[in-house]
Ligand binder design. Structure first.
Ligand code: SAH
Ligand code: SF4
Length: 372
């Protein structure tokens, strides 16, 4: 584990995350438009430079103006941890010292970066660590894109490689509900997928939602990314308890929105995430009902062994139970991979993320409680 505790310097606003048309509006006056703007974009997102002075083909007056008023800074890394299995987790902080977590999961031939869309979450899913942390605020597009750029800095992945990459896939499965921060997430996705920059394919970006039904259609039409739905239960009374948003958007409405998801075809399936909770949602009857519910939706089911966190009330289903559950789904014709828990030893697995300061303040509170 390595830790850096340098104070956050007073920083100029970052240009990262600003859409191209806003850049154009902002900088037309100084001649930064057309091919000049493309040059700036190329330096920022293809070459990943961190200083305007490195942008050798831009006129001096433009470089000076940008250097005096803006920056290209990424989030600060406050703590970096590496799991036994190679998963890495970074605790990052932003200019207001708010913290988020970013996780990198290396696999053969690819690497997935799990990024956050909010600090904390307004939803309070009962099995999720992030859900115990109140929403502090939404992240901006700059702060979301910054997470990816920071990872690319760490892996030395500039200029954008043509072939294999450490950061080949991005999943919005960190802290927060991305569809409750739609505008900033959408702006960030446009930048991440821009062909002349970071150049991630939409197919390699997965947005995971707990089921914000009214935003699902828009997400498909405008963003066209891969959709993952945190289903976790097949009956409304249980889902109301596990994913309280279900009281607002029950299972039938959610699945209806999935049926109508615009990019849906056999080649682009929806992933249903299903956390395996011992004795809660893991019976054969649950598996059969799951198969019945998703009938007609091109889908794949991702079984996630529950990842415990301090204070959680659930246990993970046994490997045999998970296997049996998966078997029923598989026999019904669906792909049902069991997600291998990664980075559990550093609390980097799904649903274990939480700002470190919150963990510490909880710990302090406990100490005070026990003293009082
Ligand atoms: N808010 C979004 C995305 C972040 S959560 C969502 O809920 O979809 C990413 C995934 O991790 C979700 O499927 C979530 O339900 C799952 N998850 C949360 N806590 C978990 C835990 N303790 N163990 C396993 N998976 C968990
Ligand atoms: Fe929020 Fe997702 Fe956790 Fe639910 S599972 S509390 S929506 S981050």
């Amino acid at each position: 584990m390595t830790s850096t505790s340098l104070p956050t310097p007073a920083l100029l606003p970052s240009l990262i995350g600003m859409p191209k048309d806003s850049l154009e509006t902002q900088f037309t006056d100084i001649g930064l438009k057309g091919f000049r703007l493309n040059q700036l974009w190329h330096w920022m997102y293809h070459r990943g430079v961190r200083e305007f002075s490195e942008m050798k083909n831009l006129p001096k007056n433009i470089v000076e103006h940008l250097s005096q008023n803006y920056s290209l800074h990424r989030p600060n890394i406050k703590l970096s941890q590496v799991s036994k299995d190679g998963t890495q987790k970074w605790l990052i902080s932003y200019d207001d010292n708010q913290e988020a977590e970013v996780v990198h999961i290396p696999e053969v031939n690819r690497g997935t970066l799990c990024i956050s869309s909010q600090i904390g979450c307004t939803l309070t899913c009962k099995f999720c660590h992030t859900g115990t942390q109140k929403l502090v605020r939404n992240l901006t597009s700059s702060e979301i894109v910054g997470q990816v750029m920071m990872a690319r800095d760490i892996f030395n992945e500039w200029p954008t490689p043509m072939g294999q990459r450490h950061v080949s896939n991005v999943v919005f499965m960190g802290m927060g509900e991305p569809l409750y921060n739609y505008d900033q997430v959408s702006q960030a996705i446009q930048i991440l997928t821009d062909q002349n920059g970071i150049c991630l394919s939409k197919r390699k970006i997965t947005l995971s939602t707990s089921g914000v039904v009214p935003m699902i259609e828009r997400c498909g039409k405008e963003l066209g990314v891969h959709l993952a739905i945190s289903l976790h239960a097949v009956r409304d009374n249980l889902r109301d308890e596990l994913v309280p948003l279900n009281k607002k958007y029950p299972i039938a409405e959610l699945l209806n929105a999935c049926r109508n998801y615009p990019i849906l075809s056999n080649s682009k399936r929806i992933t249903f995430e299903y956390v395996m909770l011992k004795g809660v949602n893991d019976s054969d009857a649950d598996a059969k009902e799951l198969v019945r519910l998703i009938k007609g939706i091109p889908s794949k089911i991702n079984l996630i062994p529950f990842n415990p966190w301090p204070g959680s009330i659930y246990e993970c289903s046994s490997p045999e139970r998970i296997h049996q559950f998966a078997e029923i789904i598989y026999k019904a014709g669906y792909v049902s991979p069991v997600r291998a828990p990664r980075g559990r030893d550093i609390l980097a697995a799904c649903g274990q993320l939480k700002s470190e300061s919150q963990r510490i303040s909880k710990l302090k509170q406990k100490t005070l409680d026990s003293q009082g």
